[in-house]
Write a new protein. Sequence first.
Length: 116
Amino acid sequence: MLGTTSKEVSDKLKELFYTEAERMILRGERPSIDRIDPYGHYEEGNIRLITAEQNTPDGETMGTAVRVTSTDGSTVEYKTILTAANQTGSSRSTIRKQLNGYPKFNKRGLKFERVV
């Protein structure tokens, strides 16, 4: 847990991310705190520092690149969750759940993975 008060949480986040945020700012980027599991809490192990542009609804954390594998083994890569959702007809929440480990293939016979 990061803390019980806003001040404690703020201080812990500064401690965790100060150096990396400073580097991002020097590169001209705007740092933003993101939850790795969008259904989880803002707590150690479930937060990361990304650019503000990646952490917007339009970017769908979303600058997260996604590889889609069908049951026949063919794969396609998309630059964002939003693009993958639009192109495959799957919901963004289904894709996010699969990126976090649930289930192997969705009802459409598609598997979504982060492109590293």
